[in-house]
Write a protein that binds this ligand. Structure first.
Ligand SMILES: Cc1ncc(COP(=O)(O)O)c(C=O)c1O
Length: 406
């Protein structure tokens, strides 16, 4: 029987192959250190959990909620943008709550895409950026993820050579998986080009609060004067407040785009459970100390990762932001490609990472290492990898040759 049209456009998740291996190694008793999925391990702040528990006792909160988000939540998100970015938003028309930013992004794609519309999408990138639009019938034109002058040359070229002209440009800084960051000058130029060519900007700012060292806090594209004419931005409670399972995020910005997403969502959902929305409002209205704490934990883990993996013989460039390191595969394993290398790490070092190929074809020389285990476990992973690298020449000589088929 022929596969369904939509399903044909969704190849099996690459990460699933590593996950399967991980599950069978665990079933056989291995202690796998899981730095694969970007699934925060930190608990949600206690005050936020307490708020949920209080509110859930009120039966009035058990009814259908509001698809766009309750007014208090939209106000709290607008206040966050004002405080953090100096961006003024109308909570009624320029803010919508989403069931995580992933849902918001995918349904925005549904709302704005006609079959065959061309979308400029970074490669490598978080998979929903491309697949949200592929599911919506769009066509992807890949862009380099590096935010430099060449990026804008590529946009000009895309406008000249795509038929139809691109509908939208996806920006994701700080980037998952590469951890590249963008400054306000980059966004100014992006907005100028978007206006010149009548292109929508979709900015994914999921890592707005996870940044390190003296790096300036990541800006919002909406800080650029006039950006509101062309841009929407997605943020997430998942990483900022360690709330990945709660499924709470936002889209803010251009009114026409927010209204389009609102319309689609009004047919699909009744909004998140009201107690979750109330607790999320409390998190956003907090004094920022929870965010500070999360940031400093990820920073310490990053430092331990870079130091211990480096000493083990696996050089990992320190990410300036996000909860990920984007690490080039050590030279002698490069020919394997990222999927085979990731499988080897599970089998031979009890360490799971995400193969770069899962983020796009340009990612295949890299693996993504997520900071989702504690410092002790990261050091243990480094010891395992050191042992693996030290014995690889003797134990792997034929395996590498057999698998070198890229
Ligand atoms: C860049 C990026 N956008 C969106 C998401 C999804 O976040 P949410 O949990 O809000 O759906 C992630 C999660 O890993 C991400 O890395």
């Amino acid at each position: 029987m022929e596969e369904f049209h939509k399903v044909r456009r969704l190849p099996p998740y690459v990460f699933e192959q590593v996950n399967r291996l991980k599950a069978s190694a665990r079933a056989a008793g291995a202690d796998i250190i899981d730095l694969g999925m970007g699934n925060p391990d930190l608990p949600t702040p206690k005050a936020v959990v307490d708020k949920l528990c209080d509110v859930v006792r009120d039966p009035r909160t058990h009814r259908y909620s509001s698809s766009r988000g309750i007014p208090g939540l939209r106000k709290a998100q607008a206040a966050y943008y004002a405080r953090r970015f100096g961006v003024k938003l109308n909570p009624d028309t320029q803010v919508i709550a989403t069931l995580g930013s992933k849902e918001g992004f995918a349904n925005m794609a549904q709302a704005i895409t006609a079959p065959g519309d061309v979308i400029l999408c970074p490669d490598p990138t978080y998979p929903i950026h491309a697949f949200g639009f592929l599911m919506a019938g769009g066509v992807i034109r890949s862009m380099s993820v590096k935010p430099d002058d060449q990026f804008f040359v590529a946009i000009e070229r895309a406008v000249r050579h795509s038929i139809p002209k691109p509908l939208a440009l996806i920006l994701n800084y700080p980037s998952n998986p590469t951890a590249y960051t963008a400054d306000l000058d980059f966004y100014k130029e992006a907005v100028a080009q978007a206006k010149k060519h009548d292109i929508i900007i979709l900015s994914d700012l999921a890592y707005s609060e996870i940044y390190f060292d003296d790096n300036a806090p990541p800006p919002s594209v909406l800080q650029v004067p006039g950006a509101m004419d062309v841009a929407v931005e997605f943020t997430s409670m998942s990483k900022t407040f360690s709330m990945p399972g709660w499924r709470m995020g936002f889209a803010v910005g251009n009114e026409r785009l927010i209204a389009a997403l609102s319309r689609v969502k009004s047919y699909l959902d009744y909004g998140a459970f009201t107690p979750i929305q109330v607790a999320a409002s409390a998190a956003l209205n907090g004094d920022g100390s929870d965010i500070e704490e999360v940031r400093s934990i990820y920073k310490r883990r990053r430092d331990v990762l870079v130091d211990s993996f480096g000493k083990a013989g696996f050089d990992v460039p320190p990410p300036a932001a996000t909860m990920f390191a984007w690490a080039p595969i050590p030279e002698k394993f490069k020919s394997l490609g990222s999927l085979e290398f990731s499988k080897l790490l599970v089998e031979k070092a009890d360490v799971a990472v995400a193969p770069g190929i899962g983020f796009g074809e340009q990612g295949d020389d890299y693996v993504r290492i997520a900071l989702v285990e504690n410092e002790h476990r990261i050091r243990q992973a480094a010891r395992n990898i050191k042992r693996f690298l030290a014995t690889a020449d003797e134990t792997m000589h034929n395996v590498i040759a057999l698998n070198a088929r890229r």
